[in-house]
Design a protein around this ligand. Structure first.
Ligand SMILES: [Fe+2]
Length: 204
């Protein structure tokens, strides 16, 4: 498979291209800020864009949706709770086929209600749920530290340690990591009860 991480915009966002070697179909994950660059990359790789996948509906991750759709005819895939325009709505446990690739949807509310992480071939795209060395904010509208606890500890931390982590922003000391490395080093993932985690997230 092809997995390209592309820094875009001025908020340290990462967009991604997930491509299938066999069929040359691909998805752009969280297209924003630099749609020309993203589409040029797809073209260079010989890929046809079939889907836009949104990890969540925050502006800095979806700002390029319409431009990509206009120029490629791609279908927008987002969680069923996403308030934005979508062609295909997904929920926890669903999978999306990009040619011969299967992308599994993990619903991870906490940063916002419609947040999903995308698991494909030993890689997890974690959006604004988990960053390298950090987790997503839970003080914005629709956010919940209680739900974030479940998403981090009962969902992402059940993945295999070898799973590579590709976040939605470049907030860490390197652009990507692994579940095992985050489990060992990420201070937000230290063992805590749910109550302890909620108190921890409420601290400035
Ligand atoms: Fe966000």
């Amino acid at each position: 498979m092809i997995l390209k991480q592309i820094p875009v915009g001025t908020f340290q966002n990462f967009a991604y291209i997930i491509g299938d070697d066999k069929t040359k179909l691909c998805a752009i994950v969280d297209p924003a800020w630099e749609v020309d660059r993203l589409l040029d990359q797809c073209k260079e790789l010989g890929l046809t864009v079939s889907f836009v996948l949104n990890t969540h509906s925050h502006h800095d991750h979806v700002e390029g949706n319409d431009a990509v759709v206009r120029r490629t005819g791609a279908k927008i895939v987002a969680h069923e709770k996403s308030p934005l325009k979508k062609d295909i709505q997904v929920k926890d446990g669903d999978s999306i086929s990009i040619g011969s690739l299967k992308v599994k949807v993990i619903h991870t509310p906490g940063h916002c209600p419609d947040h999903i992480c995308l698991l494909v071939d030993g890689n997890v795209l974690t959006g604004d749920t988990l960053f390298v060395g950090e987790c997503g904010r839970t003080d914005l509208q629709g956010a919940s530290a209680s739900e974030m606890y479940g998403s981090l500890f009962n969902k992402l931390m059940t993945l295999d340690d070898a799973t590579k982590v590709y976040p939605g922003h470049d907030y860490g000391n390197k652009p990507s990591s692994s579940i095992g490395e985050e489990r060992r080093t990420n201070y937000t993932l230290k063992p805590r009860t749910k109550e302890e985690f909620i108190n921890f997230m409420a601290q400035p």
